[in-house]
Design a protein around this ligand. Structure first.
Ligand code: GAL
Length: 374
């Protein structure tokens, strides 16, 4: 369950298969955007649209956007980035995509709120000969040009296996757990859930299970309240949560009911700062680290190449993922489990968080020193 540095290179190399596709540059120019536009394109400058899904999960504004923008700026200093965040609203995202196309986006980098309904955005882009990169979440049943993400089913199997190993070690094999999955409109949530069930089914009893609309931590807290009411305070031994946001909600519910979360191992994902701190304190058992920098960099490299009309960077090799319509050329990166013992060798070693950022209270300093954080 542990990895040593450098993680980004291992992540890129693990799941690569080679296909190179030559693409004609496309897109038409226009003015104005719905979100924000960074940089003013010099004559002939590139216009790249980045459309992210939500604001309830920390990664998008704190990791994906700044990392993507920095890489585009490095590769094409005169590029303009048309940025939008849909605030968990699929209809709003449709409008944001329309505006980006109207404003001359030459490529769309789209992380869909709704993996199915985003197919109509792809159709509109295709009609304008604008390529679409499906970012992090796969757009289903559409002529997507590329897909950049992590092996999301593996995220679920890693979460499930870590939790099952812990339950067994605690002498609770076969007992009842609660499952708090992600948003039913997000194809990733479907993959996380599938992976987790492939490990847990038949090994534990699933006393209550929920799909959390919008990945909302508040809704996850309510779901956990309902599970505690249904099963009783001592009616479950562990909680599967699909990400750190929902896990934070579940832990708040447990604390509210007077249940010590340190005695009910739980899972998460994203290695958010709050998630890592809970893992360090033992309130949350694990999280999953995904090297978002590698993901954002890959998407930025592809977007700049497509906007320039040049071929896919030769350094980039792709696998194929079927989205129900086509085999999409894809880069799938490798997720990593993080326990309190491996924080140092994963997120800190990779520069995702510094030890100082994690250990920002005396309690966290004390816990950090026990696992070698300095
Ligand atoms: C998923 C993403 C996760 C996550 C979640 C909530 O699609 O892969 O990292 O946290 O959405 O936004």
């Amino acid at each position: 369950m542990r990895r040593t540095r450098p993680i980004i290179w291992i992540a890129l190399l693990v799941l690569a298969v080679g296909v190179t596709t030559m693409l004609a540059g496309c897109g038409t120019s226009g003015t104005g955007t719905t979100g924000t536009a960074t940089g003013t394109p010099a004559a002939g400058g590139l216009k790249i649209a980045l459309l992210l899904p939500e604001t309830k999960t920390a990664r998008y504004e704190t990791q994906d956007r700044p990392l993507f923008e920095a890489k585009v700026k490095e590769l094409a200093p005169d590029a303009q980035i048309l940025y939008s965040n849909a605030n968990q609203d699929a209809t709003e995202q449709q409008a944001q995509a329309d505006a980006a196309l109207t404003n001359g986006a030459q490529v769309l980098v789209l992380d869909p709120v709704d993996s199915a309904s985003a197919a109509s955005i792809v159709a509109k882009a295709k009609a304008k000969n604008v390529p679409v990169i499906s970012y992090d979440r796969l757009i289903l049943n559409a002529d997507v040009d590329y897909y950049v993400s992590f092996d999301n089913e593996k995220v679920g199997t890693l979460q499930g296996q870590a939790l099952l190993d812990k339950i067994t070690k605690d002498g609770n094999a076969g007992k009842t757990i609660v499952m708090i999955n992600g948003s039913p409109t997000d194809n990733n949530a479907t993959l996380f859930k599938k992976g987790a069930h492939s490990i847990l089914d038949g090994k534990v009893k699933i006393g209550a299970e929920y799909d959390t609309p919008d990945w909302s931590p508040d809704k996850a807290q309510t779901e956990m309240d309902q599970a505690i009411t249904k099963l009783g305070k001592n009616g479950f031994v562990a909680v599967y949560c699909a990400n750190d946001g929902t896990c934070g909600g579940a832990i708040a519910a447990m604390k509210g009911a007077g249940i010590d979360p340190k005695k009910r191992p739980s899972t998460g994902q994203d290695a958010e700062l709050a998630g890592i701190q809970r893992v360090l304190l033992g309130e949350q058992f694990i999280t999953i680290y995904k090297a978002i920098k590698a993901e954002a960099n890959t998407a930025a490299e592809l977007a700049v190449a497509l906007a320039k009309g040049s071929g896919v960077p030769s350094s980039m090799t792709l696998s194929k993922v079927n989205n129900g319509k086509i085999d999409v050329p894809s880069v799938l990166l490798n997720p990593v489990v993080v326990t309190k013992e491996t924080i140092k060798d994963t997120v800190v070693a990779d520069g995702f968080w510094t030890a100082a950022q994690i250990m920002n209270t005396p309690e966290l300093v004390a816990a950090g020193q026990l696992v070698g954080l300095k």
